[in-house]
Design a protein around this ligand. Structure first.
Ligand SMILES: [Zn+2]
Length: 139
């Protein structure tokens, strides 16, 4: 991994005040090292870490992703109520979910218009709205 990528990973961690442990830095570099936004699952990030010979367990990847979320570095998008995707793009934006591939990609925000939301029940307020558009390839 080149030093620019590692530097980007370190800067990303320090932005959130997270101590750059070896494992955090390794995963941060995989997530933001190339300066591009990405969507990962714990499993896909674990596979990417393994590919480059990073010694890390799936449980650690999962816990680290959670810690990055809590620190405000990632947002979690849940599909099907159980599949969690982690997004490095913190701006509000809709997603396409490719049903066949189980892949999540960004959808153009400027083409989304939400005219009205149902009122939150008494004693509650809307915390956030996730828009996931499920796609199926045409046969
Ligand atoms: Zn996204």
């Amino acid at each position: 991994m080149d030093s620019n990528a590692t530097e980007r990973g370190a800067a990303w961690l320090s932005k959130a005040g997270l101590r750059p442990t070896r494992q955090r830095l390794g995963l941060a570099t995989l997530l933001v090292g190339d300066g591009e936004n990405r969507h990962v699952t714990a499993e896909s990030l674990f596979a990417a870490a393994k590919d480059i010979g990073q010694a890390v367990s799936l449980a650690t990847v999962y816990n680290t992703l959670r810690a990055f979320c809590d620190a405000g570095l990632l947002r979690e998008i849940t599909v099907d109520g159980s599949r969690s995707y982690f997004d490095t793009n913190m701006h509000d934006h809709p997603h396409f979910y490719w049903e066949e591939d189980g892949e999540l990609t960004d959808a153009p925000s400027d083409e989304l218009e939400i005219a009205r939301l149902p009122r939150a029940p008494g004693g509650a307020s809307i915390a956030k709205v996730d828009v996931v558009i499920r796609l199926r390839r045409n046969a």
